[in-house]
Design a protein around this ligand. Structure first.
Ligand code: CAA
Length: 253
């Protein structure tokens, strides 16, 4: 489908009805993007909450079901969007799950389930949009990593490996697309006020919060702000970077 250059850019957000993803959708819509929230069709309670959440938005957000761990399904989704809505100019990979347990108790299933969503999902979506973006000379890709990919976390060998992998993937892809107007960056959230973090046992969560210099959990809006920044049309000189948004929980140079 062809669009005039002035038409609203299309942004696809995976994990689009999740704790961080839904706020990313909202903030992108408020900046004039046409937003497609992608998530599992099975989460009807979340879909309902999402509809209420975006009711505040004056922008365009629509929901498309897709399992990001399924390569073929991602291909069909991109085809469907390009045919019915427009080219994907902005891709935000916010789909992610945890399967926390110490390695001594970790089953291959804990490992593979997580890798399929958190790492394969990034490959599956990027693989299907990158050619179009480079051919058109514009693209913004932001992959959500995590502070725990930078530091490691007890009980998260799988998650930490995937999230560190997301950044390695993003740096490599950034090199491949740098001359074609396509930037690829990661945002690394710290502990945020989301259902994922609420699932951490209370005592451990309290300890973590007391170690955050800013003194509170992050909000989804704190993360969405960084995504909006990196996906701006004029953010073309920032690529291969990681933007940590963690309240000072992990500071590095
Ligand atoms: N450091 C050192 N020891 C620890 C520890 C830690 N951080 N956490 C637990 N232990 C100890 C326990 O005290 C216990 O000791 P004993 O055996 O002497 O009693 C032992 O380790 C427990 O070991 P297990 O092998 O039994 O651990 P487990 O399989 O039950 O897993 C856990 C424990 C569920 C992983 C729990 O430690 C936990 O939930 N940790 C927090 C994980 C976390 O932060 N997840 C983040 C989720 S949110 C997210 O990921 C978003 C994001 O990007 C930031």
């Amino acid at each position: 489908m062809s669009r005039s250059p002035s038409a609203s850019r299309v942004a696809l957000v995976t994990g689009g009805i999740g704790g961080i993803g839904s706020e990313v959708c909202l903030q992108l819509a408020l900046t004039g993007r046409t937003v497609i929230a992608v998530d599992l069709a099975t989460r009807s309670d979340r879909i309902e909450a999402f509809r209420e959440h975006i009711a505040a938005s004056k922008g365009a957000i629509r929901f498309e079901p897709c399992d990001v761990s399924d390569f073929k399904a991602c291909g069909s989704l991109i085809e469907h969007i390009e045919h019915n809505i427009g080219h994907v100019d902005i891709l935000v990979n916010a789909a992610g799950i945890t399967r926390d347990t110490s390695l001594r108790k970790m089953d291959p299933q804990h490992w593979h389930e997580l890798m399929r969503v958190n790492l394969d999902g990034v490959f599956n979506t990027c693989r299907h949009v990158v050619e179009g973006m480079t051919a058109r000379g514009f693209g913004r890709i932001v992959n959500l990593s995590s502070v725990n990919g930078q530091t490691g976390q007890f009980g998260q060998t799988n998650y930490s490996a995937a999230k560190a992998g997301v950044h390695g993937f993003s740096m490599a892809l950034a090199r491949e697309t740098a001359r074609k107007g396509v930037t690829v960056n990661t945002v690394s959230p710290g502990y945020c006020d989301t259902p994922m973090v609420a699932a951490v046992p209370q005592e451990i969560r309290q300890q973590i919060i007391s170690d955050i210099p800013v003194g509170r959990l992050g909000t989804p809006a704190d993360i969405a702000r960084a995504v909006v920044f990196l996906t701006a049309d004029d953010a073309g000189y920032i690529t291969g970077a990681n933007l940590p948004v963690n309240g000072g929980y992990f500071m590095s140079f």
